[in-house]
Design a protein around this ligand. Structure first.
Ligand SMILES: Nc1ncnc2c1ncn2[C@@H]1O[C@H](COP(=O)(O)OP(=O)(O)OP(=O)(O)O)[C@@H](O)[C@H]1O
Length: 208
């Protein structure tokens, strides 16, 4: 079994607290951690060590084998947590809707000013196109733009650097800084040396 036990003694507020065993049919690791507002965390480790599984457990998408993750003292799996915590993973789109229609729908449901976001992430040229016509990196930008625009308290990002070139990885790090400064927590599973270097804390998940 892979074990990762992290105890953080920082005095800043820690609304997300996990003490659990994560895995699928078999446990992959034990994890104990307090996550603090304003910080960017990264999970680092080799392929298959359990980064995605742990992120999914922290988001409430996957049940822990033992223990629990709490956000503001409430289990992350409770429905009331949906508006606080988001998991950013593989981009998924409606095939029959253009990029612009996706953003309009998001705007109607969230009240977020997506015109501003579209300009910021330079998505104007894609608005009339279906997502399937975009490059992988362009699609990744859309999904990041859509998630990071909404004021969640916790962003769990699985390899957010996927398909992005250097310019957009740097831009993404800047955006992570902005959302953490706006009283959020960002936790990434990442293979990007840039994201790892920019993180306030790197949590090693290993095969040992
Ligand atoms: N649905 C599943 N059912 C059973 N086992 C799974 C399932 N999904 C993943 N696993 C296994 O769990 C282990 C951890 O997978 P996970 O995707 O969490 O690793 P990772 O660290 O995110 O890897 P990578 O760096 O390749 O993205 C792997 O051995 C994988 O085969």
């Amino acid at each position: 079994m892979r074990i990762s036990v992290n105890i953080d003694n920082s005095s800043t507020s820690a609304p997300l607290i996990a003490e659990l065993t994560y895995g699928h049919n078999q446990p992959l690791g034990k994890f104990k951690k307090e996550f603090h507002i304003g910080k960017l965390y990264s999970f680092r480790g080799p392929n298959g060590c359990g980064k995605t599984t742990l992120l999914e457990t922290l988001s409430g998408k996957r049940d822990p084998i033992h223990g629990q993750a709490l956000f503001n003292n409430e289990d992350v799996r409770h429905l009331s947590q949906v508006s606080h915590i988001t998991e950013i993973s593989e981009p998924v789109f409606y095939p029959d809707m253009s990029v612009g229609e996706h953003f309009k729908l998001l705007s109607q449901h969230s009240g977020v000013d997506y015109d501003k976001i579209i300009a910021e992430w330079e998505c104007e040229d894609f608005l009339n196109l279906p997502p399937s016509w975009l490059s992988s990196g362009q699609r990744q930008r859309l999904i990041l733009a859509a998630h990071l625009a909404f004021p969640y308290r916790v962003y769990l990002a699985d390899e957010p650097e996927r398909h992005l070139d250097e310019y957009w990885v740097n831009f993404l790090i800047q955006k992570f800084r902005e959302v953490t400064q706006a009283d959020s927590i960002v936790i990434c599973a990442s293979h990007s040396p840039k994201i790892i270097a920019a993180s306030d804390e790197v949590i090693e998940l290993c095969d040992c």
